[in-house]
Design a binder for this molecule. Structure first.
Ligand code: SF4
Length: 489
């Protein structure tokens, strides 16, 4: 079925043929088993790219985290969006589609950083932002003049177009909420972050954001209206400019919507801003706390996280009617056995039980952390792009053996994602606020907390770079297609 007979390649479209485009966000599960992970927040790149396509084309969008890609369909043009660790899988899909005469395009952070590598497997590569590049590429394709590389300069945040929310199919993922961008980039410089040194902070006019919510957004119709009028901001840091965030919140108040976002810890220290966010409908905030160990925070250059204020921030945010969700990572240079063993105890002392992301610090190739490890010869040998998933140890930490990091990671996933922990979360936080939809948000967060156990569900996996095979299906296809994995060390 997958290696069907070659299809005639149609670079110049026949008259009256309505051009068909697919936009695919690819996905492979951290266990390296063929699993899906439907959840509240999903990649919205398909809706973003679809919003940049001209009205005369037919567009379908797919999110592989929610469902398999139908391999029997034909599109004229296929846009792929992928993270570093999905690259091998995306190469396979692109190669199979090209064999059948489809034209494929790679875009996103990995493609922008490794355009020469990607050029081998895709007909065109977009480096940088999509707003100028996607329409130009489609126009060239229709004229039969597709270029191998599209690298037009960014048009600025005011050029961000409304997403195609009408294409989201909520039947494949009943939990999903529509997402919107208000800003891009981040003003901070954490050493492990892909934004550091690559993107400055910029934001859309508030009126554009409000108009998109009011005029374009489609709501999740599942659960008898419980998720109606609720959405998420997809920004890496919605609080990159507290002044902008204030303006945005003031404009959101009359809309009476419910929303969640990710932002940095420093914003949560401002009590009046937290209250304003709650009044504007914010019920969920994710912040990358990363660690409760000052040495680890220092090693990550994450000075905006003031650990002495964590206790007060937790109480302030929940009391305002907002669920505060932390992300933690292990394996950084400040981590020790003593700290990682005591981490659940520290969290319990804080009466904090809603960690919704737990990963292993990842030295993405475009980051200062990668360059530091490379200079110190601490990257593990044989790492593949697949290993850069945030759940696989790719380097030698300063104070821990590699196997120790993985042991702590497994244990913490089990402990922090345990059912008793969720019970403690409900017990300690359910009555902290009477704000509308607060209790509902707390109850919905239980499955998210337990989901931190999902990445370690494959007991055969080592979680150390270079030591785990790629997914079975990808391995088979790569052998048949003669594809080699991208080696980063
Ligand atoms: S605060 Fe978050 S988004 Fe900003 S640089 Fe650090 S990790 Fe990246």
């Amino acid at each position: 079925m997958l290696l069907a007979a070659p299809w005639p390649r149609r670079l110049v479209l026949e008259p009256r043929h309505r051009m068909r485009i697919a936009v695919i966000a690819t996905y492979t599960h951290p266990t390296r088993l063929r699993l899906k992970e439907p959840s509240i927040m999903q990649s919205s790149v398909p809706e973003l790219i679809a919003g940049l396509c001209p009205p005369h084309v037919e567009v379908e969008i797919f999110n592989e985290k929610e469902r398999d890609i139908p391999m029997d369909r034909h599109w004229d043009l296929v846009f792929f969006s992928y993270l570093h660790s999905f690259y091998e899988h995306t190469k396979v899909l692109s190669t199979l589609f090209r064999q059948r005469g489809m034209t494929t395009v790679a875009g996103g952070r990995h493609a922008s950083y490794f355009p020469d590598d990607a050029q081998q497997y895709f007909d065109a590569v977009i480096t940088g932002e999509p707003e100028a590049n996607v329409p130009a590429l489609i126009e060239d394709f229709e004229k039969g003049q597709l270029q191998p590389r599209y690298q037009r300069p960014p048009l600025g945040p005011a050029a961000i177009r409304p997403y195609r929310y009408d294409l989201i199919d909520f039947t494949h993922n009943k939990l999903r909420l529509p997402g919107i961008e208000a800003s891009r980039g981040c003003p901070f410089s954490c050493n492990f972050c892909v934004l550091t040194g690559n993107e400055r902070y910029r934001y859309r006019p508030v009126a554009h954001v409000i108009d998109e919510i009011q005029q374009h957004m489609h709501w999740n119709p599942n659960f008898m209206g419980l998720m109606d009028d609720a959405f998420v901001f997809l920004d890496n840091n919605l609080g990159g400019s507290p002044k902008y965030l204030r303006e945005l919140c003031e404009a959101l108040i009359p809309l009476k919507k419910t929303w969640g976002c990710a932002l940095t810890f420093n914003v949560l220290k401002d009590e009046s801003l937290v209250k304003l966010m709650a009044k504007a409908g914010c019920r969920y905030v994710y912040t990358g706390l990363e660690s409760l160990n000052p040495d680890s925070i220092k090693a990550m250059n994450k000075g905006q996280n003031k650990l002495s204020e964590v206790d007060a921030v937790i109480r302030r945010v929940f009391s305002a009617g907002i669920l505060l969700s932390f992300g933690l990572i292990v394996g950084s240079d400040g981590d020790t056995n003593a700290y990682l063993e005591k981490l659940p105890e520290y969290l319990s002392d804080l009466q904090y039980f809603s960690v919704t992301f737990l990963g292993i610090v990842c030295p993405y190739p475009e980051t200062p952390f990668f360059r530091e490890l490379q200079a110190e010869n601490r990257l593990l040998p044989g790492t593949l792009s697949r290993d850069y998933d945030g759940y696989t140890l790719c380097h030698r930490p300063k104070s821990l053996d590699t196997s120790e990091v993985v042991e702590h990671f497994h244990r913490l996933c089990a402990q922090l994602g345990s059912l008793p922990n969720i019970a403690r979360h409900y017990w300690s936080k359910l009555t902290m606020s009477d704000m509308p939809r607060y209790k509902q948000t707390i109850l919905f967060s239980g499955p998210e907390i337990v989901s931190i156990r999902n990445p370690v569900k494959n007991t055969a996996r080592r979680y150390i770079a270079g030591q785990d095979a790629l997914e079975y299906w990808d391995t088979q296809q790569m052998a048949q297609l003669g594809l080699q994995p991208q080696r980063l060390t």
